[in-house]
Design a protein around this ligand. Structure first.
Ligand code: KIV
Length: 256
């Protein structure tokens, strides 16, 4: 059955959401057939499959191209497209136009990194019929500002804890249907999950969330250096190299 933003919202407190980042029709089909609730065309494509150092070089055109491929697989999972670096900080009409392009391509919602400062934008987008998933805590598009990737909210009662909570609540009030919480300390994730009415989908934030999201390449063992929190459930990278090695050997043996 097709998953909608309503299905995702109503899952809170009922069952854990299992979400995957995918970039093409093959991985979308695998994720959806495996039972994933949501597939994200994430800007992590920059470092995972496009050979960049991070997600900053990823453009709207790249997200659009990969969203079209995912949509062609017609997954039952909800299709969510990432809004890439800097786009959400443009004039409203430009952001609306970018979201509309992704929705016309097959996205059923968009994900936007950011908090309080972007809440007015989220209010206007949801009013325009564009479902929004928030993204708080570590926001990889801020990598140059942050000077690297790190955990958020490790000191209880700190300003950082309060500001992540304020970000998430502002985005919820603005009409988001779910929020990704990346690299949150366990106590912060637990507090946020309890304060939010919408699902908190964690990544690198421990089990006290309403669900998890992972990049499918990390799950399948296709990434050379997966993040420490991503437990591989297969070793397809090694299997693929072994298959190619056997094929190369066969070709060389048969073509003498
Ligand atoms: O780009 C991405 O894949 C993401 C998820 C890891 C949350 O933002």
């Amino acid at each position: 059955m097709k998953t909608t933003t309503k299905t995702i919202r109503l899952a809170k407190g009922e069952r854990a959401l299992a979400c995957l980042t995918v970039y093409d029709a093959v991985t979308a089909r695998i994720a959806s057939n495996g039972g994933a609730d949501l597939v994200l065309i994430g800007d992590s494509m920059g470092n995972t499959v496009l050979g960049f150092e991070n997600s900053v070089p990823v453009t709207l055109e790249m997200i659009e191209h990969h969203t079209a491929a995912v949509a062609r697989a017609k997954p039952d999972a909800l299709i969510v497209a990432d809004i890439p670096f800097a786009v959400a900080h443009d004039e409203f009409s430009a952001v609306l136009h970018a979201c509309a392009r992704l929705m016309r391509t097959g996205a059923e919602a968009v994900k936007i990194e950011g908090g309080v400062a972007l809440a007015p934008l989220v209010t206007r987008l949801t009013a325009a019929g564009i479902p929004v998933c928030g993204h708080v805590g570590l926001q990889p598009q801020q990598v140059f500002q942050l000077g690297g990737y790190r955990k958020f909210g490790t000191t209880e009662g700190s300003d950082e804890v309060e500001s992540v909570i304020a970000d998430a609540l502002a985005i919820e009030r603005a009409g988001a249907f779910a929020i990704v919480g990346e690299m949150l300390s366990r106590p912060l994730a637990a507090k946020l999950r309890d304060e939010l009415v919408i699902p908190l989908i964690g990544i690198g934030s421990g089990p006290t969330c309403d669900g998890q999201i992972l990049v499918i390449h990390d799950l399948l063992g296709l990434t050379e250096k997966p993040p420490a929190f991503a437990k591989p459930y297969a070793n397809l990278g090694t299997d693929a190299v072994n298959a190619v090695t056997r094929w190369v050997t066969d070709v060389r043996a048969a073509n003498t």
